[in-house]
Write a protein that binds this ligand. Structure first.
Ligand code: TYD
Ligand code: MG
Length: 452
């Protein structure tokens, strides 16, 4: 009988220890060490065969070779392509993380159904019937998408060898287990081993693989940190589950920029790509309402116009309340202090509530001026003129500071039909002949006198 080997792994960081200890010496977490069986046997994971290796390179006529450096698999989803940097790279491993119920399975199934290539969607979480029900809501007819409910990697590789798909989706990496490691599915050593087998398969057969990863309660992808090092691309799907908008970000990308961002809207029939986010984030109200201001922000590489709403009311209790949704509360307090000092507003006796519509959260300092304008507008109960937007940071001295990529913001505002935009006097503007009026301001006082 083969000798059973065990080792101790930290469930938080994946560090291996020779014996059980109360505190992990590498990440300093308590009570995270678990004994796992690591059986040393010859591995029968992905075995390369001549068939799959052949796929790696096929002869092409010189005229057929495109000028691009690498060939990419078009996912038929513009937002997903954009975040990946132009499509899936053959032989790459992509990890998609996100909170439960955010729509990871929906997104990947939708891509699998739309693709013109043969796709194998492996689910360890739902039955084939459940997936069929979901598929019916999204895109009922697809001849190229195959569903497999299986969690054992050896069986998955058998099916892959028979089917020879062009794309493999694994939902999720935490449900996989390989025969050659005894510990439970989802444990550190299982995740590491299954991922290593998948990498071997992907590289040898040039097939892109997408993995779904669960996240822990503090928002990081569950499993060893090493998982993120092993894969080529790490994507994060985020958003507020109570709102319809979802944002796809790239945290790591070996084949493209991490500044790109994809926006989706969750609908009854799956996720809809939002190609022009500004139009949906701004409510089209015909009435003039006080307390709202439009900010021109930049998320990733994309300019985005968002609506900021403020409500200022008399504080009924001793301590005034401050609440911010989608905006940093500390920054709100700072801006209020600036208003108090520089613009002479007695906000200490007022409750201030701030909200960014659409359930998105923004940390771009360029929305400062719009936040102040919304607060002032609500306080005075005077609506801000239609067609006005803002793109500037506010400093502690009440000065209006320049922001980066101001040209892009101005162009986006112009495209959406805005007639004037407030920016800092010190911002260098390269644009000429814009139909939008660019108002240069240097102090809060200038903005106040110009607006009200
Ligand atoms: P799901 O993809 O199962 O999330 P994850 O895999 O990240 O856990 O998404 C589940 C949610 O999406 C569920 O609450 C219902 C919603 N949904 C829709 O609103 N419309 C749809 O067409 C589908 C398929 C799901
Ligand atoms: Mg799921």
């Amino acid at each position: 009988m083969a000798k059973i080997k065990t080792a101790f792994f930290c469930q938080n960081c994946g560090a291996q220890h020779a014996k059980w200890v109360g505190q992990c010496s590498s990440c300093k977490q308590w009570n995270t060490i678990v004994e796992e069986v690591v059986q040393k046997e010859e591995k029968k994971g992905w075995k390369s065969n001549s068939n799959s290796v052949k796929k790696a390179s096929t002869p092409l006529r010189v005229s057929e070779i495109t000028n691009e450096k690498e060939i990419r698999l078009d996912t038929q989803d513009q937002e997903f392509n954009r975040v990946l940097g132009g499509g899936l790279v053959p032989g790459s491993l992509t990890l998609l993380g996100g909170e439960p119920g955010i729509g990871k399975s929906t997104l990947l199934l939708q891509i699998a159904l739309k693709l013109a290539y043969k796709t194998l969607y492996v689910s360890g979480e739902e039955s084939q019937k459940q997936i069929k029900m979901r598929a019916n809501r999204i895109h009922p007819n697809s001849e190229n998408c195959f569903i497999l409910t299986e969690t054992k990697t050896q069986n998955i590789f058998q099916q892959i060898a028979a089917l020879e798909p062009d794309l493999v989706v694994i939902d999720s990496i935490q449900t996989l287990h390989t025969d050659y490691i005894e510990s439970a599915a989802g444990s550190i050593s299982q995740i590491r081993e299954s991922t290593a087998e998948l990498i071997k398969f992907a590289k040898e057969s040039s097939t892109p693989v997408i993995l779904v990863g669960h996240i822990t309660k503090d928002g990081t992808i569950a499993g060893p940190k090493i998982l993120e090092h092993m894969v080529d691309t790490v994507l994060q799907f985020e958003g507020d589950r109570n709102y319809v908008y979802r944002i796809l970000r790239s945290l790591k990308n070996r084949f493209g920029s991490t500044a790109e961002l994809g926006i989706y809207e969750m609908q009854g029939s799956g996720l809809r790509e939002v190609n022009n986010p500004s139009e949906v984030l701004i409510s089209k109200n015909d009435e003039d309402l006080s307390g709202t201001a439009i900010a021109a922000t930049v998320e990733g590489m994309r300019p985005l116009l968002i609506e900021i709403q403020a409500l200022v009311s008399t504080a009924v209790y001793g301590t005034p309340q401050r609440s911010a949704t989608g905006f940093n509360a500390k920054r709100l307090n700072m801006l209020l202090a600036v208003l108090e000092k520089r613009a002479g507003f007695k906000l200490a006796a007022k409750d201030v509530f701030l909200n960014i519509t659409g359930g998105i959260s923004v940390d771009d300092p360029a929305i400062d001026l719009a936040v102040l304008a919304a607060i002032l507008s609500s306080n005075a109960d005077i609506p801000i003129e239609k067609g006005t937007c803002f793109a500037a940071e506010v400093g502690l001295a009440g000065e209006i500071r320049p922001v980066q990529r101001v040209d892009q913001r101005i162009l986006e505002a112009e495209k959406l039909g805005f007639t004037q935009i407030y920016v800092s006097k010190t911002n260098k503007i390269g644009l000429k002949n814009t139909s939008i009026q660019v108002l240069l301001v240097s102090k809060i006082e200038d903005v106040v006198s110009s607006l009200f």
